[in-house]
Design a protein. Structure first.
Length: 149
């Protein structure tokens, strides 16, 4: 656990990546080689912004030294190892039929208790597949480098 005095906070603004995404879209629409190279760089900035914004969710598990340095490739790699199931979407629902008020959640088999209940879907959590995210990030960098040659 990292002491609170050594924690690193990030302030990339909640919508910073949207600005770089808008810029990238505009550059792609131009279609010329130079604009496509710069669009790839803007998209990398977008990916970096999203990665650093998500880094805060792992708080105390993040290496302070790594977080203080601007090493987005390592941050994305770390996020992929922290969350190996990030390519899975979670669905949330709530039971329409209430359970008995005296139910002991610690000792009750909840699967059995909810087996015959009707559920109402209330939402879904789509997560960032960090492994794929990392490969996209690296591909954008390779495109930028190769396109200049």
């Amino acid at each position: 656990m990292i002491p609170s005095s050594n924690r690193v906070t990030f302030d990339y603004g909640p919508l910073q990546h949207r600005g770089t995404l808008s810029t990238a879209k505009e550059l792609i629409s131009r279609g010329d080689d130079a604009s496509l190279i710069y669009a790839a760089l803007e998209l990398r900035f977008c990916v970096e912004s999203v990665a650093y914004q998500n880094l805060a969710a792992y708080g105390e598990d993040v290496s302070t030294e790594l977080a203080r340095e601007w090493r987005p490739d390592q941050i994305i790699k770390m996020l992929a190892t922290f969350d190996p199931n990030s390519d899975q979407t979670a669905s949330f629902s709530i039971s329409v039929t209430p359970l008995p008020e005296d139910i002991d959640f610690a000792s009750t088999d909840l699967k059995a208790a909810f087996k015959d209940k009707d559920f109402l879907p209330i939402g879904e959590a789509k997560r960032i597949p960090w492994g794929k995210f990392r490969s996209y990030y690296n591909s954008l960098g390779a495109f930028s480098i190769c396109a200049k040659i």
